[in-house]
Design a protein around this ligand. Structure first.
Ligand code: UD1
Length: 431
């Protein structure tokens, strides 16, 4: 029952350090099982999703050791089985990356079927299509995906839909297939490129990641490596928008500004000042924010994982803004919470129509999912008065030290787990 208590209205000021990308760390950890040698991965964010995936890997015999908070040493030489328990899938959807990794190396994987989730249907037909094209037999039995092959063979695959997960899973499986694989219409997200770089550092032969077509020459064996994960584009974007919405001035450090270009462009459009340095960006939320239109798209388009945060900023921007969600079918659940904070918004299908209000007011709200939860925290920090945010377990899936990083920027936020702790947290909040 962990919650945040927040008193808003104070501009965020100062510097924040961004961690490694969660969505790169998950497939990279999974791909680490594809060698019997030692793999050392640096810049792994210490968040629930990565920690649960490591538990899932331990359960099949992988030895994972945290050499430091963000450095993981993996030894997969004694894997005992290729079956992931359904408990892990319930806790972390991305454990389905174990299918591509285990099928690639051991030609067998049994992983529970991921169901829908809070942001809508999340089909995996393209993953299955890719595995089958590589020669695997794939069946769904008792809620599990069972993939099996005597040998995987390189082939030509055209994805019907741009999917990050399918691109990653098929790329992993094809890495150790016999011959050449071409995957067309792939996702180009920075974490797809990061996984390809990681696999190449283990001896894979993957070209074209970051473009529409990935070409893979299968190799027989992968070797150990030491690799550092890229900075988290979405964590960075979240702090950028938090600076904008609270009319603050924040230097977001340890980022790749190129990965943030579409977020930067929208913040400039709504009247913020954004200055790019080599590996940091400074965002100042000057004066009144103004309206804009946003449509979420696969990279390099505006990321769906930044949609709720930007909607929060647009809710207090002058004029009418339109936000269209084109990736997921149920990603506006948080709008009702914002309305309880005084927002003027309505959702029609996959579009939110937002009439900017002067300010939000504090309320007791609940995080519906990871990114929407972070967005509601931003709303509460910008709001007048006190808010509490329930179900922060979702936020903690993907943001390391969210409350303490925000506190370091002057945010009036405390985390508590009981009514007693809330009373103590209230005393700490600057009234
Ligand atoms: C990943 C990210 C998630 C992000 C999303 C889109 C991770 C762990 N998660 O999710 O944070 O919001 O990319 O950038 O990296 N689809 C199909 N068939 C498939 C696969 C997907 O129809 O086989 C559909 C999905 O239902 C969805 C869309 O394609 O509507 C995009 O999904 P996808 O890119 O696969 O997202 P994930 O990899 O699940």
């Amino acid at each position: 029952m962990e919650k945040y208590a927040i008193i808003g209205g104070k501009p965020l000021m100062g510097e924040v350090e961004i961690g490694g990308a969660k969505n790169a760390a998950l497939p990279i950890l999974a791909a680490g099982v594809m060698t019997d040698d030692i793999v050392v991965i640096e810049n792994v964010p210490d968040v629930r999703d990565t920690n649960v995936l490591m538990e899932a890997m331990e359960s099949i015999g992988v030895k994972t050791e945290k050499i430091s908070r963000h450095t993981v040493r993996m030894d997969s030489s004694k894997i005992t089985e290729c079956i992931i328990d359904s408990d892990y899938m319930k806790r972390i959807r991305a454990s389905y990356y174990m299918i591509g990794a285990l099928l690639g190396k051991y030609k067998h994987a049994e992983v529970p079927l991921p169901g829908g989730c809070n942001i809508g249907v999340r089909a995996i037909d393209q993953h299955i299509k890719g595995f089958r094209a590589l020669g695997a037999r794939v069946e769904i039995k008792n809620g599990n995906i069972i993939a099996d092959a005597t040998e995987l063979r390189g082939t030509h695959i055209f994805l019907d839909k741009v999917s990050v997960g399918a691109t990653i899973n098929i790329m992993m499986a094809a890495t150790m297939a016999v011959g050449k694989t071409t995957i067309e219409n792939v996702a180009k997200e920075p974490h797809v490129v990061d996984l390809a770089n990681f696999l190449n550092s283990m001896g894979a032969n993957i070209k074209g990641a970051g473009t529409d077509v990935i070409r893979i020459k299968g190799v027989e064996k992968l070797h150990g490596t030491e690799y550092a994960i890229i900075p988290d584009q979405i964590e960075a974007g979240t702090y950028m928008v938090a600076a904008a919405a609270t009319k603050g001035d924040v230097l977001v450090k340890n980022v790749i500004p190129k990965h943030l270009e579409c977020i930067t462009a929208k913040l400039l459009e709504i009247g913020c000042s954004v200055i790019e340095y080599d590996d940091s960006v400074r965002v100042q939320g000057n004066g009144i924010l103004t309206n804009t239109q946003i449509k979420t798209l696969p990279y390099p388009g505006f990321p769906t994982d930044m949609q709720p945060q930007m909607t929060v900023a647009l809710g207090i921007a002058a004029g009418t803004s339109i936000v269209t969600e084109s990736i997921f079918d149920n990603r506006f659940k948080y709008v009702d919470e914002l309305i309880s904070m005084g927002a003027s918004m309505k959702v029609e299908g996959n579009t939110a129509i937002i009439t900017g209000v002067e300010k939000y007011t504090g309320a007791n709200i609940t995080a519906p999912d990871l990114r929407a939860g972070a967005a509601l925290v931003i709303a509460a920090l910008a709001a007048e008065g006190e808010s509490t945010i329930d179900d922060i377990k979702y936020i903690e899936r993907g943001y390391e030290d969210f409350d303490s990083k925000l506190r370091a920027l002057g945010g009036n936020i405390e985390r508590y787990a009981s009514e007693d702790e809330l009373r103590r947290a209230r005393l700490k909040l600057v009234q």
